[in-house]
Design a protein around this ligand. Structure first.
Ligand SMILES: [Zn+2]
Ligand SMILES: [Zn+2]
Length: 86
């Protein structure tokens, strides 16, 4: 009888759709600015920790609040934090 292997096709069919959902969720998080909570505009990355923000958001944050730290992970960016943006 060959009935033992009949169910394998169904089991693997359920896998790929779950993977796609997880990847879409991760992508959405990567594309969102933690400062304005909207999609990134002119995405700018801090080279020290690779956190990404809108260019406007991170420039305003570093200039207006005179902070030298990443708003996400609080890593110290040195005396010229704008030099750490790419
Ligand atoms: Zn933003
Ligand atoms: Zn960071």
């Amino acid at each position: 009888m060959a009935s033992a292997g009949a169910g394998e096709g169904e089991a693997s069919a359920a896998g790929p759709s779950q993977v796609v959902m997880v990847r879409r969720d991760l992508l959405a998080k990567c594309m969102t600015c933690p400062l304005c909570l909207k999609l990134l505009r002119d995405a700018t990355t801090i080279i020290e920790c690779l956190h990404t923000f809108c260019r406007k958001c991170i420039y305003e944050k570093l200039n207006d609040e005179e902070t030298n730290h990443c708003p996400t992970c609080n890593i110290y960016l040195g005396p010229l934090p704008l030099d750490k943006l790419r």
